[in-house]
Design a protein around this ligand. Structure first.
Ligand SMILES: Cc1cc2nc3c(=O)[nH]c(=O)nc-3n(C[C@H](O)[C@H](O)[C@H](O)COP(=O)(O)OP(=O)(O)OC[C@H]3O[C@@H](n4cnc5c(N)ncnc54)[C@H](O)[C@@H]3O)c2cc1C
Length: 370
């Protein structure tokens, strides 16, 4: 089930089967002058079915949203074998409950998606890439708030913290000044006529207390050079720690300085190295606890630290996961975020869609408790 059934530029939509890769969708859409906004880094290998089931997205989400904002309708099969259609082929529609958004992000626990109507967006004419360096993460987090408070929404606003920069320095040839304690990668897109003004507005917001420099790429080679540091991060992380506990918490953008400060304090208290990076424009932070799985005392401290990380996130009006979902690892923490009534309602929904509980069994939210 990996076919693209229809590309309809006039109505800005595409009908696909769930086994098609995200990359194949982008290639087919681009031929017609469009793109599908969700852009997980795994794009070359991940499928639209997986993207929808996990509501997966990447850097572009800050401006263009996730699958929930970019899917018009679905075809699916319930756990007891009933086929149904959700949503519309139009950009407006209010008939009935929104089962499309309900299925998206349900991690395959409510139905098997067999077809999707994807909402397409015209490709921007041009893009500008900026890199901003800060003396510390607090200054960078404050800059993110300033950038998000002005009218130009970047199409990427990524950050890495000081510990991540130090790690990259030890494992690759990072071209960064010694005093850089945090980095923002910023991209703006749009029509060629307006782009210089948009880049200038974002640059002004990026500058401020603690900003060391803002560089703008003027050639494709420079774009690649500026992204090199960010791209060196994942290989460096894999080398440095035998095990990393990688969470993907989200807080309101204005709460990022508080979260980053709190994570620093938790890391010190539990003697765990915590490296942070992520999608700053969404407040979506990949919190990496670096631990040696053979060190039992360290693993125990990491577990306690993680539990307190989640409490901190929730105290800041955040959510436990912005991308990875609940899966198996986060099941024990779900009832810290969802109240008893919500859990009970969700239990009822699950029972209607999948009475025998055969869809991704074991990944079910712990409704039984209520
Ligand atoms: C290197 C790497 C980078 C990544 N980067 C990102 C990122 O930037 N952003 C992000 O959000 N995620 C990222 N991920 C996570 C993952 O790639 C995404 O969540 C992706 O969308 C999963 O798609 P998949 O095809 O791999 O799904 P699978 O792993 O096959 O399935 C994921 C879940 O979806 C369910 N599912 C799959 N198809 C259907 C269907 N047709 N109907 C119902 N349920 C279904 C499965 O049952 C399973 O529970 C990354 C993963 C890797 C390995």
């Amino acid at each position: 089930m990996d076919r693209i059934l229809e590309v309809d530029g006039d109505n800005r939509l595409m009908v696909v089967q769930p086994g098609v890769t995200n990359q194949a969708v982008q290639q087919a859409a681009a031929k017609a002058g469009f793109f599908w906004a969700p852009d997980p880094t795994s794009s070359a290998v991940c499928t639209v079915g997986g993207n929808l089931a996990c509501n997966s997205a990447g850097p572009r989400a800050v401006k263009y949203g996730t699958p929930r904002e970019n899917t018009l309708g679905l075809r699916a099969v319930t756990g007891d074998g009933r086929e149904f259609r959700t949503g519309v082929f139009t950009t407006k529609g209010v008939v009935g409950y929104d089962l499309t958004r309900l299925l998206i992000g349900s991690e395959g626990t409510l139905g098997i998606i067999t077809e999707a109507v994807l909402r397409l967006t015209p490709l921007p004419q041009a893009k500008r890439t900026l890199q901003a360096l800060y003396q510390d993460m607090e200054s960078a987090a404050a800059a993110v708030s300033r950038i998000m408070a002005q009218p130009v929404t970047p199409c990427a606003l990524e950050f890495i913290d000081g510990k991540a920069i130090a790690m990259i320095r030890s494992y690759s040839e990072a071209d960064l000044p010694e005093d850089a304690g945090a980095l923002l990668m910023i991209e703006v897109d749009g029509s060629s006529a307006c782009l210089a003004e948009a880049a200038a507005a974002v640059t002004e917001a990026a500058r401020g207390k603690g900003c060391l420099e803002v560089q703008e790429a003027s050639t494709p080679a420079e774009v690649e050079r500026l992204w090199k540091t960010r791209k060196a991060l994942s290989p460096a992380l894999r080398k440095i720690a035998p095990k990393k506990i990688n969470e993907d918490v989200v807080v309101p953008v204005s709460k990022m300085p508080e979260l980053i400060g709190g994570l620093g304090a938790l890391g010190e208290r539990h003697e765990i190295t915590i490296v942070n990076f992520g999608h700053a424009g969404n407040g979506n932070i990949h919190v990496n606890l670096l631990v040696d799985p053979d060190d039992r005392a360290a693993m125990k401290r990491a577990e306690q630290c993680l539990s307190e990380v989640f409490d901190l996130v929730l105290s800041l009006r955040g959510t436990l996961s912005g991308e990875h979902g609940i899966g198996l690892d986060k099941l024990p923490f779900v009832d810290r975020e969802l109240d008893e009534v919500s859990l009970e309602l969700m239990g009822g929904i699950k029972a209607r869609f999948d009475p025998a509980g055969i869809l991704n069994p074991g990944k079910k939210i712990p409704f039984q408790r209520v």
